[in-house]
Design a protein around this ligand. Structure first.
Ligand SMILES: NC(=O)c1ccc[n+]([C@@H]2O[C@H](COP(=O)([O-])OP(=O)(O)OC[C@H]3O[C@@H](n4cnc5c(N)ncnc54)[C@H](OP(=O)(O)O)[C@@H]3O)[C@@H](O)[C@H]2O)c1
Length: 307
């Protein structure tokens, strides 16, 4: 796509959206950011537009003169009750407004996980959004990712707060499933790469880092990189839901976000294929390096101590 064409980023205030907007501006794209919050400030050089995907009338104009839109929205932050319905409605409203405006292409970042595999409600909802977007008249690129490692990411922050706050932790063996985490910088590189490579239009790709790890291993590796002494006790009979409620108390991430994410840990989230690497042969950041970068960002953001 020509850099002079306009790109819309929905979810522009989120963990991925903010970083993506900066990366697109650096590449010279004209970027419009969508948010429900009028007070939200965006990166210098980006256009801001107010809109709520659950209020179709508010989307008028948001998609005008847009070539490609990124879909980076989810409704977990608004409460667990009904989030799946809200996510489906938001995607349907987006498709209707985008078709009306003549959008050429969409790129969606969703979740890994196979349907029919007793998926958690959160992962099932991510797949449902992909299905809804795929029904649009324009081509949709779907990128599927597991846990994204980066400061401010909900899943990463849950793992980080467990390591920081609970040096001794019992974990249900039911969540000791396999996961293929990916560094946030690699996700951004894939998102930008898909925009620049038309061969990715209308396709679904799994994206992951170079290692497949269990959640238990991720906690141990995170503790090692952070330099803390932590002990994890796998318990076969500990119910996942009880663990999820306990963990939600120990993390700063909202319970409405944390509980569905933790319930999703019982599902294996590993890439089924690596087709994306043939089209976009980007380097893959090792897990420990991704954690090191996240910790550096976390420490840099801490207020300096007086004196
Ligand atoms: N974080 C991860 O580890 C991870 C892993 C795999 C996949 N993903 C996927 O990556 C995508 C982005 O996730 P994220 O972590 O960046 O999410 P996030 O930080 O929670 O941001 C969610 C965004 O959704 C927007 N939003 C919610 N409801 C909206 C509505 N009704 N209308 C318009 N905007 C709405 C919010 O914008 P305002 O509040 O400003 O309106 C916010 O910017 C999601 O599809 C997620 O499933 C994330």
């Amino acid at each position: 796509m020509e850099p002079s064409r306009r790109v819309l980023v929905t979810g522009a205030t989120g963990f991925i959206g903010r970083r993506l907007v900066e990366a697109l501006l650096k590449e010279g794209f004209v970027v419009r950011c969508l948010s429900r919050r009028a007070e939200e400030g965006f990166a210098p050089g980006a256009e801001g537009v107010m809109g709520d995907l659950l209020e179709p009338a508010s989307l008028e104009g948001a998609l005008k003169d847009v070539d490609t839109a990124y879909y980076l929205v989810h409704a977990l932050g608004e409460g667990r009750e009904g989030f799946r319905r809200r996510d489906r409605e938001a995607a349907e409203n987006f498709v209707a407004a985008a078709e009306e405006a003549g959008l050429r292409r969409t790129i969606y970042l969703g979740g890994l996980g196979e349907s029919g595999n007793h998926l958690s409600e959160h992962l099932a909802s991510r797949l449902e959004v992909a299905e809804t977007l795929r029904k649009a008249a324009f081509p949709v690129t779907v990128l599927r990712a597991a846990v994204i490692i980066g400061a401010g990411g909900a899943s990463y922050e849950i793992l980080r707060s467990l390591v920081r706050r609970l040096p001794l932790l019992a974990i249900p063996t039911a969540i000791d499933t396999r996961c293929q985490p990916i560094a946030v910088e690699d996700v951004i590189a894939y998102l930008v790469g898909c925009l620049k490579d038309e061969r990715t239009a209308g396709q679904t790709f799994d994206i992951g880092g170079p290692e497949v790890l269990s959640y238990h291993e991720m906690l141990e590796r995170l503790a090692r990189v952070a330099g803390t002494l932590n002990l994890y006790l796998p318990l076969p009979l500990l119910p996942v839901r009880l663990f999820a409620y306990g963990v939600a108390l120990a993390t700063p991430v909202k319970a409405s976000v944390a509980i569905p994410l933790i319930e999703g840990l019982k599902n294996e989230v590993v890439c089924r294929d690596e087709r994306i690497r043939e089209l976009l042969p980007l380097s893959q950041t090792p897990f420990d390096e991704a954690v090191r970068r996240a910790l550096t960002e976390e420490y840099a953001a801490r207020p300096a101590r007086p004196g």
